[in-house]
Design a protein around this ligand. Structure first.
Ligand SMILES: Nc1nc2c(c(=O)[nH]1)N[C@H]1C(S)=C(S)[C@@H](COP(=O)(O)OP(=O)(O)OC[C@H]3O[C@@H](n4cnc5c(=O)[nH]c(N)nc54)[C@H](O)[C@@H]3O)O[C@H]1N2
Ligand SMILES: Nc1nc2c(c(=O)[nH]1)N[C@H]1C(S)=C(S)[C@@H](COP(=O)(O)OP(=O)(O)OC[C@H]3O[C@@H](n4cnc5c(=O)[nH]c(N)nc54)[C@H](O)[C@@H]3O)O[C@H]1N2
Ligand SMILES: [Mo]
Length: 715
């Protein structure tokens, strides 16, 4: 081997080896992360990746998912050209077509529906990722449909809604100033590894942690000073139990409550129903620990809590449970306080980066005025009132039932039909559509049902504006050319708007125009300047405000106060919702004798992200088969051991997977990760087991039965 060959083999960058390091970003997980990646590129192909030194999020590191980027973007099932379906829906038979032909067919398909049933009969749906969503929303509105909606119909938004009810806007933890961190359904070791690192550092400096989780996790072992383990979805009762102790013992901030909190007396009367006689029974948490939690809160006055709300809100009582947790901040005077929960301006796509933008103007200025109410508005009036977009969890039903009006076409970017509970109903709905377009990197099981499939490019193949916490931002450049003729989602939306000649000149000017004029102009920065930056740069000073300044000025709630009792809900008795954060039993109505276990799915695992990494060989190898965690005692009773198969059944159907006996889950709970095509968690869920406040699905509390799988038994 020559020296040069050796250097090439070692992937050493240089003019002689032809290997160049290009700077890009991982967008596999949530927009709060999006780590910097060095892509080693040779002959137009990524041959190696590593974390980018100095990047504000990851500073040289990458997680199990981030390290998968090279194999992810070159996954075998990448789509490289637009496709037209030639076989039956779901069969996966397609013919390649040109972009012009694809746009022409999409324009005709969508316009046909508009002519026959009205513009609202077309839904514009987004799964991953999020950066293109403002453009997709404008496309929907320019087309005349109110039906823009996305995966956030099941992610985070319920928490935003709870915050909007309580304080007018979402608040974030000022964790560095806290004495105590209330990690309620908090395991960043798997879901957000950089924040786990930070939590560990703060713990070393003396920050105390209460972790509330249904399972044992790295967070309960490494961080918790006190670990509370409630039954799935009983968090509201637990929070009320803690509140009751705090109030009874006078461990609350009376002055703060009198000045800044609305509805305290009624709230206090309500939570007084949660005491020694019932909290332990409802939640399974020993009452002595409830009192201990209250004592810890009292002894550590400055308390903040985590933002992630997915598991708390993935129950039919989820939004109320989340409100119940937030109430603890209010009664202890920990909102708009140093070391408590503070409002930080949201920059873009709900990420609080510390500087404001005119994103909302871009989103809403073209919203159709005369249109019908979006999908889900009738069933989920609070969602509609606060969010005004389609509650996608009602989309399947509306497609199939045609009420309150027909929904006949879906134009989707990154749709995963398996994130809708009762996924077979979703596939049925897709089958029944007049027209369905899906845009994805891969020919997924969902894309197989589409009439036209468009190839999207990955974050390595595109440039995008990306803001980060601390007032920073950059604009990435493509590290490689798009695979085949793949295009970026914003390019697709813009080109479609032009082909259809939709009445929206701003949309037709494209993504860069939006970023420049609705975001950067306000800070005197140009896209070109951001593109040149090697690392995210300071865009704007973070907008700070003084302690209690916002509550003094008045919050964006009807009363201007932190509302324990929601005035918005009080003003709408016709919704049939409770203004107080009342507690309701989470489980469905199935017979508890026949279905004695609780099925929970979704708790994050380090190597996978929803449906996307199960098909990346390296990540798959870390967990080759979908596996359900069950408590060892339950396994003994069922007579199953590690690797045996079990059948999990609900009224909707059954799944067969291998079992993993463990002590991380309590007796009675069955825990499965979702997103597997061969073990689709959503396929055994009821599509109507939803939270009436938010429309969120109850992924984490479904009654089920479990039996040992006998070979030969029907799968
Ligand atoms: N059982 C259960 N189900 C859950 C959850 C749970 O906890 N339990 N969690 C819920 C939550 S919180 C979430 S956020 C959702 C996630 O739901 P989804 O966002 O639907 O998740 P993914 O499975 O990642 O599917 C996204 C699709 O987008 C495609 N994609 C990725 N990048 C791009 C891109 O740049 N452009 C385009 N056009 N497509 C792209 C992917 O290939 C994939 O097919 O799942 C929900 N589902
Ligand atoms: N590796 C990986 N990381 C991810 C994702 C992924 O798919 N994989 N998805 C990303 C997305 S879209 C999201 S929304 C976030 C979610 O981020 P997180 O909310 O942090 O994710 P989870 O692991 O689902 O939930 C945290 C903990 O809540 C516990 N929990 C479950 N049900 C309950 C309950 O009823 N009560 C209580 N108190 N605890 C409960 C679980 O046992 C788990 O340990 O993660 C993001 N990060
Ligand atoms: Mo999510």
């Amino acid at each position: 081997m020559t020296d040069l060959e050796r250097r090439i083999k070692a992937k050493i960058p240089g003019a002689d080896t032809g290997i160049e390091i290009r700077r890009t970003m991982c967008d596999i997980c949530s927009p709060g992360m999006h780590c910097g990646v060095n892509a080693y590129v040779k002959d137009g192909t990524v041959i190696k990746i590593e974390g980018m030194d100095g990047h504000p999020v990851n500073d040289g590191r990458l997680c199990t998912k981030g390290l998968a980027n090279r194999e992810y973007i070159y996954r075998q099932d990448r789509i490289r050209t637009p496709l037209k379906r030639v076989g039956k829906r779901g069969e996966g038979k397609f013919r390649e077509i040109s972009w012009d032909q694809a746009y022409e067919k999409i324009a005709a398909g969508l316009n046909n529906c508009k002519m026959q049933y009205g513009a609202e009969s077309v839904a514009f749906y987004s799964g991953y990722s999020k950066w293109y969503r403002p453009t997709l929303r404008r496309l929907a509105y320019a087309f005349g449909s109110p039906n823009y909606g996305c995966e956030s119909s099941a992610c985070y938004t319920a928490a935003f809604m709870a915050w909007k009810l309580a304080a007018g806007d979402q608040a974030n933890p000022d964790i560095t100033g806290s004495d105590l961190f209330l990690g309620w359904a908090y395991n960043p070791f798997y879901s957000n590894y950089m924040s786990a690192r930070r939590a560990m550092e703060l713990k070393e400096k003396g920050l105390k942690f209460i972790i509330v989780d249904t399972r044992r996790t790295p967070a309960t072992e490494k961080l918790a000073d006190l670990f509370l383990q409630p039954k799935s979805g009983t968090d509201g009762a637990l929070a009320h139990g803690i509140a009751h102790v705090l109030i009874e013992r006078g461990w609350i901030d009376r002055e703060y409550i009198d000045r800044y909190v609305y509805g305290f007396e009624e709230y206090a009367a309500y939570v007084s129903r949660f005491g020694e006689h019932n909290v332990e029974e409802i939640t399974g948490v020993p009452y002595s620990l409830v009192v201990q939690a209250a004592r810890m809160i009292h002894e550590n006055p400055r308390m903040s809590c985590n933002e992630s709300s997915a598991p708390l809100c993935h129950h039919r009582n989820g939004l109320q449970n989340y409100r119940s947790v937030l109430s603890l901040l209010a009664i202890t005077g920990n909102f708009d306080r140093k070391g408590g929960q503070v409002l930080t301006p949201h920059t873009y796509m709900h990420v609080a980066c510390g500087f404001s933008t005119r994103e909302e103007a871009y989103l809403y200025e073209m919203r159709p005025k005369q249109a019908k109410a979006p999908v889900g508005a009738e069933r989920f009036p609070l969602w509609n009132h606060l969010e005004g977009e389609m509650q996608a969890m009602d989309m399947t039903r509306q497609i199939l039932e045609g009420t309150p009006y027909p929904l006949r076409a879906v134009f989707a970017l990154g749709m995963n039909a398996r994130m809708f509970p009762d996924s077979s109903r979703t596939f049925k709905a897709l089958e029944s559509l007049d027209f369905f377009v899906d845009t994805d990197l891969f020919l997924t099981d969902t894309a197989r049902w589409a009439d036209i499939v468009l190839p999207a490019c990955s974050s390595f193949e595109r440039g995008e504006f990306k803001p980060y916490a601390g007032g920073k931002a950059w604009y990435t450049s493509p590290a490689i050319e798009a695979l085949g003729s793949a295009r970026s989602d914003v390019q697709i939306c813009t080109e479609l708007a032009r082909v259809m000649d939709l009445p929206d000149e701003v949309l037709k000017k494209g993504y860069d125009y939006f970023i420049q004029h609705y975001i950067l102009d306000d800070y005197g920065v140009t896209i070109e300047e951001l593109k040149k930056a090697e690392l995210p740069v300071s865009m704007a000073p973070v907008e700070h405000h003084g302690e209690l300044e916002l509550v003094d000025r008045g919050l964006g709630t009807p009363t201007g106060k932190f509302e324990l009792k929601s005035a918005v809900i009080e003003q709408h008795p016709e919704w049939g919702l409770d203004a107080l954060p009342t507690y309701r039993e989470p489980l469905d109505g199935a017979d508890p004798v026949r279905y004695p276990f609780v099925f929970t799915s979704g708790s994050r695992i380090p190597n996978a992200l929803h449906s996307r990494l199960h098909q990346v060989p390296r990540n798959r190898s870390l967990r080759p088969e979908p596996t359900a965690d069950m408590n060892r005692q339950d396994c003994l009773r069922l007579g199953v051991e590690e690797g045996d198969r079990i059948t999990i059944s609900t009224g909707k159907g059954s799944l067969t997977v291998r079992v993993h006996p463990t002590l991380t889950v309590p007796e009675g709970l069955v825990n499965l990760f979702h997103g597997y095509r061969e073990a689709d968690a959503e396929s055994i869920m009821d599509g109507d087991h939803l939270d009436p406040y938010s429309g969120f699905p109850a992924y984490r509390s479904v009654r089920c039965a479990v039996s040992r799988y006998e070979p030969g038994e029907d799968r």
